[in-house]
Design a protein around this ligand. Structure first.
Ligand SMILES: C[S@@+](CC[C@H](N)C(=O)[O-])C[C@H]1O[C@@H](n2cnc3c(N)ncnc32)[C@H](O)[C@@H]1O
Ligand SMILES: [Zn+2]
Length: 216
């Protein structure tokens, strides 16, 4: 299920679907792959909800729980089932999935307060081939960052008058324009990720997930 905010100025506080009268199965389907309880507003004294992308076997989780002593309601997303199983054995929660396959606008994420993103370093470290430092990949990555912003926040547009007039891609010279704020998504997430296919190593593009998830 995908819920999109299409109001202008962009309504960052997406309205939640009405959950009244839904069966347990319908709630599970709506929440999937997140837990059903995340569809509901947490109690004021509940630990904050945290999404941990590229969560691995649980380094961040251990630090937060065992070193900092913080109680958080955290779910990690990790592509490798063995790494996820290691985390789960240590008491941490995981969704085994490709980060790119999850929708950051999912209604179960409505109450999430914090985001951790630790994309793989294999393309950046001297221990690898450093594809992330190749000029072509960096150019494409900059395109993805720009398009990721356009697929999430969109563009800022001040209230009328607009200097660009009819050439403006947003108000198109509408003289009655009096709204200001972010437009909201102008591209789909798929469109914004499309330059990644032209990189010599697609993992370079994973670092842009911080914008895709952080912007929405
Ligand atoms: C730098 S490590 C993260 C370490 C982790 N944050 C920790 O605290 O232990 C990157 C992790 O991202 C995972 N990964 C790589 N590509 C992924 C993808 N597309 N979706 C989800 N996880 C991915 C890797 O399997 C690896 O566990
Ligand atoms: Zn304009």
């Amino acid at each position: 299920m995908t819920l999109l905010c299409r109001t202008f100025p962009y309504d960052f506080d997406c309205p939640m679907p009405d959950l009244t009268g839904l069966t347990d199965d319908e709630l599970r389907r709506l929440a999937d792959p997140w837990p059903v309880e995340w569809l509901y507003e947490p109690a004021p004294d509940a630990p904050i909800r945290v999404v941990n992308l590229f969560a691995g076997p649980g380094g961040w989780c251990t630090g937060i729980r065992d070193v900092l002593g913080q109680d958080v309601d955290m779910i990690g997303v990790e592509i490798h089932k063995d790494a996820a199983a290691t985390a789960e054995a240590a008491g941490f929660r995981r969704i085994v999935s490709n980060v790119r396959h999850l929708d950051p606008r999912h209604p179960a994420l409505h109450w999430v307060k914090a985001l951790l993103v630790s994309a793989p370093c294999g393309c950046w470290t001297p221990a690898g081939k450093r594809a992330g430092l190749q000029e072509r990949n960096l150019d494409l990555l900059l395109d993805v960052f720009t398009m990721a912003a356009e697929a999430t926040l969109g563009h800022w547009h001040d209230a009328f008058p607009c200097d660009d007039g009819a050439d403006c891609g947003i108000c198109r010279g509408d003289e009655s324009w009096d709204l200001d704020g972010w437009t909201g998504p102008l591209l789909t997430l798929e469109e914004a990720r499309s330059p990644i296919a032209d990189m010599t190593d697609e993992r370079v593009g994973l670092i842009a997930e911080v914008v895709f998830s952080g912007g929405l």
